[in-house]
Ligand binder design. Sequence first.
Ligand SMILES: Nc1ncnc2c1ncn2[C@@H]1O[C@H](COP(=O)(O)OP(=O)(O)O)[C@@H](O)[C@H]1O
Ligand SMILES: O=C(CO)[C@H](O)[C@H](O)COP(=O)(O)O
Length: 551
Amino acid sequence: MSGGEQKPKRYYVGVDVGTGSVRAALVDQSGVLLAFADHPIEKWEPQFNHHEQSSEDIWAACCVVTKKVVQGIDLNQIRGLGFDATCSLVVLDKEFHPLPVNHEGDSRRNVIMWLDHRAVSQVNRINETKHSVLQYVGGVMSVEMQAPKLLWLKENLRETCWDKAGHFFDLPDFLSWKATGVTARSLCSLVCKWTYSAEKGWDDSFWKMVGLEDFVADNYSKIGNQVLPPGASLGNGLTPEAARDLGLLPGIAVAASLIDAHAGGLGVIGADVRGHGLVCEGQPVTSRLAVICGTSSCHMGISKDPIFVPGVWGPYFSAMVPGFWLNEGGQSVTGKLIDHMVQGHAAFPELQAKATARCQSVYAYLNSHLDLIKKAQPVGFLTVDLHVWPDFHGNRSPLADLTLKGMVTGLTLSQDLDDLAILYLATVQAIALGTRFIKEAMEAAGHSISTLFLCGGLSKNPLFVQMHADITGMPVVLSQEVESVLVGAAILGACASGDFASVQEAMAKMSKVGKVVFPRQEDKKYYDKKYQVFLKLVEHQMEYLAIMNDD
Ligand SMILES: Nc1ncnc2c1ncn2[C@@H]1O[C@H](COP(=O)(O)OP(=O)(O)O)[C@@H](O)[C@H]1O
Ligand SMILES: O=C(CO)[C@H](O)[C@H](O)COP(=O)(O)O
């Protein structure tokens, strides 16, 4: 190439399937987002605790957003494609057609969503086995994982679904199959949600013990017997049919995928932090906790050696950063809880009208309203007598108890906008207190965490970010690209293309620090007291349960 000529640019497409929408981005080699698009996806809740989606609807949304972000680009410059998605369960028949996961027989609804809690009896029986694989999910399997859902299908939809099924995919693996025709699964999905071990493979005795011996008999062909590390290139890349659907060229590299939280982790955890005054600058990467906050929040901590944290998923080997063990704490509803509290309040129509009049989101309006009513005190002090326990959808970590319920104490007769704003604040604080609870459990087991790296939809909320800093007492790092989960998906595509030698190299080059939010040390005493009350709330809930169950 002569001196004046520029090297052709290299781009990657990342696709992120969240709970409520699909997003795509065109990303360059330094991790800058050049184009972004999103599209909503359908959700059904046919009965309480049953949550379903459609894999065809999700794929159609992936096509819409991908076509949008590559508009006007020379397609030859797109080198790789990476997918991440929620860890929902997709069911297809032997010819790869959708099968119903519901009593109504509606085959369009062929996805049991990650937050579906239908398989309570199944997960209780699985946990009673005390099988050794349970050590690698924090000691207790979650109802949100795949084994209980598979058992539910076998026990409840034998003829219409189970007997006809040919393929059970985690959603991220469904997407990579749809793009390439390759049925290999990502190590990430299988290790985190399906009890696969990166070192030992499937454990036949587990599946036999829980009543799913069918998988052993057919050598795991329905749930995956070919496993690849995230970022590995799949088959011959994008098929001509998928290329047509997505508006890309056939043959471009497609990566083995990641669960969405894990893609967020890749997108933020490896950034160069020099020059930001952060204590983690002189510490190993294991001092960083990535917190991916969307519909749910996931707390991703890595370690060189396995750490067993009761009630926190993992340790999972190489499920996020290759060569590292991962522990994944979580809160099942966070964004969804904030939306629920705000939208269910009597003053919501007034809030909506006022926010619309100012062309603001309801959250931006509430944040400025809190600033107006706080008087001389810091905003956070408005909840001195209002406390929330946030487990409206059970506790994922560190109590691993799906029977726990939400609690609010400090209600008055008021239902005005001030009341809504303060309840919203107490809910945001409860979620941050939950993060502190998880972080302390991880530290008690051997993690040493000094810095939070936040991403996901909730990281766009400055109040949410500041409360996480103040309540945990740690600085919160936000990425330069607010859509860090998409950077993580693009890192996968970049690795599959061969443009980077390793996931670590791509992480270091493509994730960048944006803003850092430091804790207000002067408020520490107040939040320590809120934390004390927070822990009392759950203690009291358990006491109520004991009283009511006492004959
Ligand atoms: N601009 C914003 N300001 C405040 N909160 C937001 C904003 N955008 C999204 N959220 C919150 O983030 C949540 C959705 O996050 P997102 O990462 O899009 O979810 P998912 O990946 O589960 O689809 C919503 O429930 C909402 O509470
Ligand atoms: O279990 C998870 C990750 O392991 C997530 O909670 C699940 O994938 C949903 O993610 P999101 O809240 O971003 O939609």
